[in-house]
Design a protein around this ligand. Structure first.
Ligand code: AMP
Ligand code: MG
Length: 326
């Protein structure tokens, strides 16, 4: 395949356009990114199935969804709530609550390829990393530790990149400025407090620029469902950062004890009634310890293909601030 565009090698000047506005060479490029997407989905889902995970289908509307709060990275313009059958439901922001319930009650190891709706502020249009509808490979494993998750994700990424380089060599060469490197496992692990001490508030941008290999960041204060040691104040959670690209995954060991979940929901001033089922199950001792994470698929494919904006990996781009007919 010929190199179809200079786009990935230059700064982001133009936002990704819908299919009907693309030139023939841009459509060819879009199709090449589509091949990487298909390969990525096949490789990741196979790794999880081969590791004993069950594949659950997602839901779009629920009374309970991710509060996305408090999260230092969140920038939500609007939350979508709608009345159906006399009840208020929300569009899925992530499947975290469903994962906790499903892995506790019926499916000890599960993953869901799940659409997430997050109406990001329009000012995020040009970050290149934010879209207002995206997809997570969201997984959870009962009784797993953070270390188990690291090992599984590292295996998934090494397998993915190795096979991409073998099976889609011409596409990667056409799309990327530099060769994609197979990451070296195990990845380095750094405490967020150390990064803040070194870089200050800009630690995320600095880390992304500095690292040459994927790197885990741990101990990040955020939503109530991530495990926090009340004695030490440390959080048993993690993000995975990719070189140049930044955060591609967030996850944690989870809270399962009723008293802690309740205390944290109250501390965060989140509406308890939106998490009534989780609280009830936790009170009955039915929420089991687990660990898991969500991998942002468009970000992962964006990194693999070297695009300037992850909406380029979407057939129907969801750039913050822009609504196309499709
Ligand atoms: P979170 O739990 O909020 O960190 O989301 C899990 C993963 O989904 C992140 O690590 C990203 O890879 C991806 N993600 C989150 N928000 C967005 C967004 N607005 N656009 C694209 N991907 C996102
Ligand atoms: Mg995150």
């Amino acid at each position: 395949m010929m190199k179809t565009s200079e786009v990935p090698c230059v700064p982001l000047t133009e936002l990704p356009k819908p299919l009907d506005q693309l030139s023939p060479s841009e459509l060819e490029r879009k199709a090449a990114i589509g091949k990487v997407m298909t390969h990525t989905l096949q490789s990741l889902t196979s790794t999880y199935i081969d590791s004993g995970f069950q594949w659950l289908l997602p839901v779009a509307l629920s009374q309970s969804t991710d509060p996305l709060w408090p999260d230092p990275g969140a920038s939500i313009d609007k939350r979508i709530e709608v009345d159906i059958y006399g009840k208020i439901v929300r569009t899925t922001a992530s499947m975290i609550i469903h994962k906790l319930v499903a892995s506790s009650l019926a499916y000890p190891k599960l993953f869901i390829v799940s659409p997430n709706v997050r109406i990001e502020k329009a000012e995020r249009a040009k970050t290149g990393k934010h879209i207002y509808e995206f997809t997570q490979l969201d997984f959870e494993a009962r009784d797993a530790t953070s270390k188990d998750v690291f090992t599984l994700v590292e295996k998934a990424l090494v397998t993915l990149v190795t096979s991409l380089k073998k099976d889609l060599k011409p596409e990667l060469e056409a799309l990327r400025c530099e060769p994609l490197k197979v990451p070296k496992a195990p990845f380095k692990v750094v405490d967020k407090a150390k990064l803040e001490a070194k870089y200050g508030d800009e630690w995320e941008a600095c880390l992304s620029k500095e690292i040459k290999e994927p790197t885990w960041v741990t101990n990040i204060p955020r939503e109530f469902y991530d495990f926090e040691d009340f004695k030490t104040g440390k959080w048993d959670n993690y993000d995975l950062f990719l070189p140049q690209f930044g955060e591609v995954l967030s996850g944690a060991k989870r809270e399962w004890e009723y008293k802690k979940i309740l205390a944290k929901i109250e501390r965060d001033q989140i509406k308890k009634e939106n998490y009534a089922l989780l609280l009830k199950l936790a009170k009955e001792g039915k929420v089991k310890p687990s660990a898991g994470a969500g991998i942002g698929i468009e970000r992962l494919v964006g990194w693999a293909t070297g695009v300037r904006h992850i909406a380029e990996t979407q057939p129907f781009p969801r750039v913050p601030g822009t609504v196309n007919e499709l």
